[in-house]
Design a protein. Structure first.
Ligand SMILES: Cc1ncc(C[n+]2csc(CCOP(=O)(O)OP(=O)(O)O)c2C)c(N)n1
Ligand SMILES: [Mg+2]
Lengths: 328, 337
C-alpha cells in the first residue's frame, strides 16, 4: 500500500489506461501544463496527439469526444462541473441519447472528468455539484468517488466501460491522502473498481448513513463521534449513482431501521432525494423513523465565507439528523 | 492634435485626465488586491488586470452612464473603468455586506446596475449574449443607448460569442464586441487555439467592421470605441474591436500551480512591460502639454489614497449574517423547500 493523494490517484489512472490502450486520449483546457494537477507529465509520456489542449469551446470539444468514441477511440475529457453547462447540448442531446435513438448501433466509451471545486469561496459560477441533474437523464453513468483508491479504480473502470460516463471528482478531496494499493499487490495486477457496487465504509447497527462524494468523510467523522456515545452507525458509500447499488442500502436499512443521506448537491431532486425515495418505496417496512436528507441548502453558493459555510452538509448537520432519527 | 500618431478623434482635457485617473485607480486597486490577498485578508481567485488598463478605460470613456457593459472573470478593471466605486468593489472582494453584491458575488462577479454594469461572468462567453440583449432592447424601443461586452481571446472561441455576433449583425443592434486579446488563456497561447491571426478578422464572417486597436494606448482604444459607439447610435449596427494587450501578472491569484515563465518567456513579459499603458498615456499628455509630470503624479497619489480608504472601508464592513443567506434569491420570495 502506498499513501497517495487523490489528485495523484487520478493521474495514475489516466496514465495507466493510456499506456494500456492506445485508443485512450485526453483533452481539456490547459491540461498539458496541468493547471488542476491531474494531468501532470502526460504530455511528456504520451505526446501531443494524445494530450490535447483545447480552445475554450466546451460544446465543441465535448462533442468531438463523442464522435471520436463512436469510431473506436476512448476519450477522456477534463473539465469542471461549472463549465459543463456550456456543453450540455452535446452531453444530453448526443452522449446520453445516441445509443438508444440509433437502436444500439452507437457505442460511446467516452469519459468526462468533471471536478467540483466548492467550499473555497468560488461563488455561484464555480461551485456546482450537478450530478443529480444527470441522474434525471437516462443514458449517462455517474461516478462519485470519495477517496483516492476508489478514484483510481473507478476512473479506470470508466475508461473501460462502453457507455458515456461522468466522473464527478469532489474538489474538496483533491488533497486527501490515503492508501492506494500498488499494482504489484493486487491479484489482477491492477486496481479496477466495478460500477454498481457500494462500499460499506463502516459497519453499524443503529443508523445507516449513505454519503455521496466528499460527504462520505463527514459521515464517517459523525459515526466516530456517535460511537463514543454508544450509537452504532453504518456508513455506506454508493460510489456510483448510475448504476446504483440499491441492495446495499436496502439491506443496511433493514438492519438499522434508520436512514440519513448526506449529499453535497442542492437538496431538491438531489441524489439524496432519489435514495430516500427508493428506500421509501422498497424499504418502508424496515424504517423505524422518517428518512433524513442532509444536502445543500436550496440557494446559490455565496462567495463570502460567512455564508458559504452554512450551505453544505457537514458533521454537525449529520449528527443532528442522526439524532432526529433516534428521537422519533 | 494627435495627428502625429494618426489619431483623429477629439478628446477634451477633462476626459483625458479622467482616463488617466481611472487607469491609475485600476493599477493601484490591483496592486493593493495582490498585497492583501498575499497577506490572507481574503481568499479565492482574483484575476489582476495590470497591464490591460488602457483597454477598459479607453473603451468606457467612449460610453455614457446610460450605456451598458458586461464582462468576465478578469473583472476589477471593467467596473472601475465605467466609473464604479472602488470602496464597494473592495468590500465585495472582502466578502462584506457593503460590497457591490453584499458579499455574494466576490471578485469575479462585480456589478453596478446604477451605472449600466450588468455584471461580470465567471463562465466565459456567457455574458456576451446577455449584453446583446441590452442592445436588442435599445433597438426595439428606439432608444439611443448602446451595449458593450468585454471578453478574452480565449472566450472568443466560445459558440455563444459567435451566435451573439451573428444575432447582433442580422438584427443590426447597437452592440460593441470588445475582445481583450492578452494573447493567453491561462497557459494556452493565442496561436494554439485561434485559427485566424486576429480576433478582429472574425468580424467579416458576421458582416460587421472589425477594428484592431493598440490595447496599450488608451487613446487608441477610445478612438476605436468612439467610432463603434457612433455607428451603433446611428443605427448602423455592431462592431467588433480587438484591443491587443498583455497580462503582466499571472492568470489568477490563488492559482499557485502555474508558474511564471512556464508558458511564456520572461523576455516577452519584459518587452510588453516597456509598453506600460500608464507610461504611454502620461508621456502623451505631458508631451502634448495637456498635463504636467506633477499633475500626473498627483493623480496617481490621489488614487493610491482612495484605494487605501476603500480597503479600510472593506475591512471595517461586517460579514453578512447567516440570516441573509436566502436574501435576494427571488424578486417575489417563495417559501423555502
Ligand atoms: C466556460 C468556461 N470554461 C473554462 C473556464 C476556466 N477559465 C477561466 S479563465 C480562463 C482563460 C480565459 O482566457 P481569456 O478569455 O483569454 O481571458 P484572460 O484570462 O486572458 O483575460 C479559463 C479557461 C471558465 N471560467 N469558463
Ligand atoms: Mg486572454
Amino acid at each position: 500500500m502506498a499513501q497517495t493523494v487523490f489528485v495523484e490517484a487520478i493521474n495514475q489512472a489516466i496514465s495507466e489506461e493510456m499506456a494500456r490502450d492506445e485508443n485512450v486520449f485526453i483533452m481539456g483546457e490547459d491540461i498539458r501544463r496541468a493547471v488542476y494537477g491531474a494531468t501532470a507529465d502526460l504530455l511528456n509520456d504520451f505526446g501531443e496527439k494524445r494530450v490535447l489542449d483545447t480552445p475554450l469551446s466546451e460544446n465543441g470539444f465535448f462533442g468531438a469526444a463523442i464522435g471520436a468514441s463512436l469510431v473506436g477511440m476512448r476519450p477522456i475529457v477534463e473539465t469542471l462541473t461549472s463549465f459543463m453547462w456550456v456543453g450540455m447540448d452535446q452531453l444530453i442531446s448526443q452522449a446520453a441519447k445516441m445509443r438508444y435513438m440509433f437502436g444500439g448501433q452507437a457505442t460511446l466509451p467516452v469519459v468526462y472528468r468533471a471536478t467540483m471545486f466548492y467550499g473555497g469561496g468560488s461563488a455561484a459560477h464555480h461551485s456546482d455539484r450537478s450530478y443529480p441533474m444527470f441522474m434525471n437523464m437516462p443514458g449517462i453513468k455517474i461516478v462519485v468517488p470519495s477517496n483516492p483508491a476508489d478514484m483510481k479504480g473507478l476512473l479506470k473502470a470508466a475508461v473501460r466501460d462502453d457507455d458515456p460516463t461522468i466522473v464527478f471528482e469532489d474538489g474538496t478531496l483533491f488533497g486527501m491522502r490515503a492508501e492506494v494499493p500498488e499494482n504489484s499487490e493486487l491479484p489482477n495486477g491492477e486496481l479496477v473498481v466495478p460500477f454498481g457496487e457500494a462500499k460499506t465504509v463502516r459497519e453499524g447497527a443503529d443508523v445507516t448513513i449513505v454519503g455521496i462524494g466528499g460527504a462520505v468523510n463527514h459521515a464517517a467523522a459523525a459515526a466516530d463521534q456517535l460511537a463514543a456515545e454508544g450509537i452504532s452507525v453504518e456508513v455506506i458509500d454508493p460510489r456510483t449513482l448510475v448504476p446504483f447499488d440499491k441492495k446495499a442500502v436496502l439491506d443496511s436499512v433493514e438492519k438499522t431501521g434508520r436512514l440519513v443521506v448526506a449529499d453535497p448537491a442542492h437538496k431538491v431532486c438531489s441524489a439524496a432525494s432519489e435514495i430516500a425515495s427508493i428506500v421509501a418505496e422498497e424499504g418502508f417496512w424496515s424504517l423505524q423513523a422518517p428518512i433524513q436528507k442532509v444536502a445543500s441548502e436550496q440557494v446559490h453558493i455565496p462567495y463570502t465565507p460567512s455564508l458559504e459555510k452554512h450551505v453544505y452538509p457537514d458533521v454537525e448537520k449529520i449528527l443532528a439528523a442522526v439524532r432526529r432519527t433516534l428521537d422519533s | 492634435m494627435w495627428n502625429d500618431r494618426g489619431v483623429t478623434v477629439e478628446i477634451d482635457r477633462d476626459t483625458l485626465l479622467l482616463m488617466l485617473r481611472r487607469m491609475w485607480m485600476i493599477r493601484n486597486f490591483e496592486l493593493k488586491v495582490m498585497e492583501v490577498h498575499a497577506a490572507g485578508e481574503f481568499t479565492g481567485a482574483a484575476h489582476p488586470y495590470i497591464g490591460e488598463e488602457a483597454v477598459a478605460v479607453g473603451a468606457c470613456a467612449a460610453l455614457e452612464d446610460t450605456d451598458y457593459i458586461a464582462g468576465n472573470h478578469r473583472s476589477h478593471g471593467h467596473p472601475i473603468a465605467k466609473g464604479g466605486r472602488v470602496d464597494k468593489a473592495m468590500a465585495e472582494l472582502y466578502g462584506r455586506v457593503d460590497g457591490y453584491c453584499k458579499g455574494k458575488g466576490g471578485s469575479m462577479h462585480l456589478a453596478d446596475y446604477s451605472i449600466g454594469i450588468l455584471g461580470e461572468s465567471g463562465i466565459l462567453g456567457s455574458s456576451v449574449p446577455v449584453a446583446v440583449g441590452a442592445a436588442l432592447a435599445a433597438h426595439i424601443k428606439g432608444e439611443k443607448f448602446v451595449s458593450l461586452a468585454f471578453f478574452g481571446d480565449g472566450a472568443s472561441n466560445q459558440g455563444a460569442l459567435h451566435e451573439s455576433m451573428n444575432l447582433a449583425a442580422v438584427w443590426n443592434l447597437p452592440m460593441i464586441f470588445l475582445c481583450e486579446n492578452n494573447q493567453y488563456a491561462v497557459t494556452t497561447s493565442y496561436a494554439e487555439t485561434v485559427a485566424v491571426e486576429h480576433v478582429s478578422d472574425r468580424a467579416s464572417a458576421y458582416n460587421m467592421p472589425g477594428i484592431l486597436a493598440d490595447g496599450q494606448d488608451a487613446i487608441a482604444m477610445y478612438e476605436a470605441t468612439s467610432a463603434a459607439v457612433k455607428r451603433a447610435r446611428a443605427g448602423e449596427g455592431p462592431t467588433l474591436i480587438e484591443g491587443l494587450t498583455y497580462r503582466y501578472e499571472e492568470h489568477s491569484l490563488g492559482l499557485g500551480r502555474v508558474r511564471r515563465g512556464e508558458y511564456r518567456e520572461q523576455s516577452e513579459i519584459d518587452e510588453w512591460r516597456k509598453r506600460d499603458p500608464l507610461v504611454i498615456l502620461e508621456d502623451t499628455l505631458i508631451s502634448q502639454g495637456i498635463a504636467t509630470r506633477e499633475e500626473c503624479d498627483a493623480i496617481n497619489a490621489e488614487t493610491v489614497e482612495e484605494v487605501e480608504q476603500a480597503t479600510d472601508f472593506a475591512r471595517n464592513s461586517p460579514f453578512p449574517e447567516p440570516e441573509e443567506l436566502f436574501d435576494d434569491m427571488w424578486a417575489n420570495p417563495i417559501p423555502l423547500p
